[in-house]
Design a protein. Structure first.
Length: 551
């Protein structure tokens, strides 16, 4: 039905028909795609409300955010402390040695006092060793102590010495033993600078609970004050190493091309401005590169199509191929544009409802397999411009690969009516593309427990089913436009109530019955060899139609 009008138009326009048709297709495609790749000048400021969603124009590291994450990672590292387990034993040894020196001085004092008593004249009071002299003797012994431990003894106040030199050996032993016991007990656990006063106070409290005299308790407190020290100190080198390891483990914060920086209707805050500054988008001018790429893609499509049809020797087939291809591709782009509009307003997986296999499948059946392959390829190229706003996102990868795979699967079917291919068409058009989408979901790292994965699968499955249903349902009508022997036309011609057949029956009944017999025999024979039996039957019905004028 479409061929005759095309032939008439072709005859009127002549050799300019195909160039004008291709030029019109080029203009239509470019105009349809322009709004998707059109870029506008932008001057974004803090506090401004975004009039549209702003996406990153390139992939770049967000250095400031990376440094902030590294700083947080370093701050989250617990400081590394070194616990000196032997500190308690060393401190108790110093206390032990101190009391041994005190005992030594007391013994020497006792001997000196006895000597002075013997030397003293009868009737006179001997001058005994004073407390200050005892302390002086003790401090003289400190000079023999190791220089590393000298500070321990020098910090002991004189009050302690005055107390201990006034006590007997039993009381001294009690002070020594209790002091050493408490020191060892408290220093079994790590003592850090932030807990030092708390631990020492606990030791004081324990000393206070002992059933001792006030002087003994005070002497023990002096010893605890000197004996309990910090035994867990910050290991700055190891802490710095751990902090550096934590920083190195932080992955760089990336802004990926196509990532949404701010959504339409949201306010542009300081963080958004920082990202836009990093991307160089705060004062963005238009770029011609997307437009040039789109124009070149359309020119390439026209050139490839023109080169392909030149290989067809039949002029009529050339015209039909070009008209049908351009018409189908225009419909395909309109459909994709429709789904792209809904993608912006609802779900990002809406484009997967597009019946990507429909156009390549129809071209494969009605024109040629190579035309279907061309449509499958350029359908993906056009989709990359229609879904330009999704550049750099995972969904665009899924969309393009899904379209390409589904389209190519459509070209692998036999070039005959889809409804007669049954299970084969279902496998090629629905099952294989669905498996491919599952592979893409796994590749993207999406879990099948994620609702988005199931939305993806449902959308792609629906798109494949839609491709199959549209091809089966529209096949007779497309056939009516493209060929002269469509099922609809043949059924109409085979109807016994057709005017010509009724006229043949009335004016040449013998010829009519002869035609019916020939038609039955021929149709059965052609059906046996797999031919077009309906076309054969109709041809036989009318093979003697000329006898109407000669009956």
């Amino acid at each position: 039905m479409l061929i005759r009008p095309l032939e008439k138009i072709h005859e009127k326009i002549g050799k300019w028909f195909i160039p004008l048709l291709l030029f019109g297709f080029f203009i239509f495609s470019s105009a349809l795609l322009y709004s998707n790749i059109q870029q506008r000048q932008a001057d974004y400021k803090e506090g401004q409300v975004a009039d549209k969603s702003i996406r990153a124009n390139k992939t770049i590291e967000n250095t400031e955010a990376t440094e902030q994450k590294r700083k947080l990672a370093a701050e989250s590292v617990a400081p590394e402390y070194t616990f000196d387990e032997d500190a308690g034993a060393r401190q108790s040894q110093l206390v032990e040695h101190l009391f041994s020196l005190i005992t030594q001085v007391k013994e020497e004092t006792t001997l000196e006092n006895e000597k002075r008593k013997e030397e003293a004249k009868k009737g006179t009071e001997p001058q005994l060793v004073t407390l200050d002299e005892e302390v002086a003797s003790l401090k003289k012994l400190f000079e023999q102590v190791d220089s590393d431990n000298l500070s321990f003894y020098q910090r002991i106040p004189n009050n302690f010495f005055q107390i201990v030199f006034s006590m007997n050996n039993e009381e001294l032993a009690t002070i020594k033993n209790e002091s050493i016991r408490i020191i060892i007990e408290q220093m079994k656990s790590p003592i850090r600078i932030n807990r030092f006063n708390e631990v020492r106070q606990d030791a004081y409290d324990e000393a206070d609970y002992l059933n001792l005299s006030t002087d003994q308790t005070q002497a023990i407190r002096y010893m605890l004050n000197q004996g309990i020290v910090i035994n867990s100190v910050l290991n700055e080198k190891r802490t710095a190493e751990l902090q550096q390891e934590a920083k190195n483990a932080v992955q760089p914060v990336m802004i990926f091309q196509g990532e949404v920086i701010v959504r339409e209707g949201s306010q542009i805050d300081s963080n958004v401005i920082k990202k836009l500054n990093l991307l160089g988008m705060t004062s963005q001018s238009t770029s011609l590169f997307p437009f040039i790429a789109m124009v070149l893609a359309n020119i390439l499509e026209v050139c490839v199509l023109l080169y392909f049809v030149r290989q067809l020797k039949n002029q009529e087939r050339r015209v039909v191929a070009i008209v049908f291809y351009t018409t189908m591709m225009s419909i395909s782009m309109i459909f994709m544009k429709f789904f792209q509009i809904f993608q912006e307003n609802t779900s990002q997986f809406i484009p997967l409802f597009f019946p990507a296999a429909f156009i390549p499948l129809v071209l494969n059946v009605f024109i040629s397999r190579r035309t279907g392959v061309l449509a499958a390829l350029f359908q993906v190229i056009m989709a990359s411009f229609i879904f330009y706003d999704s550049i750099g996102t995972n969904i665009l990868t899924i969309i393009l690969i899904s379209y390409l795979f589904s389209g190519l699967m459509g070209t692998l079917l036999d070039r005959k009516r889809i409804s007669k291919q049954g299970l084969s068409s279902l496998v090629w058009i629905v099952v294989f593309p669905l498996i491919m989408n599952m592979i893409l979901i796994i590749y993207q790292g999406m879990s099948f427990t994620d609702s988005r994965a199931w939305v993806n699968l449902i959308a792609s499955f629906s798109g494949s089913i839609l491709s199959l249903v549209l091809t089966i349902g529209l096949h007779p009508y497309i056939e009516l436009l493209v060929t002269d022997n469509s099922i609809i036309v043949l059924n109409e011609l085979s109807n016994p109530n057709h005017p010509l057949l009724k006229q043949l029956l009335e004016e040449a009944p013998g010829t009519y019955h002869h035609s019916m017999m020939v038609a039955n025999l021929s149709a059965n024979a052609v059906a046996e060899i797999g031919g077009h039996s309906l076309l054969t039957r109709v041809a036989c019905y009318y093979h003697d139609i000329g006898k109407l004028k000669h009956a």
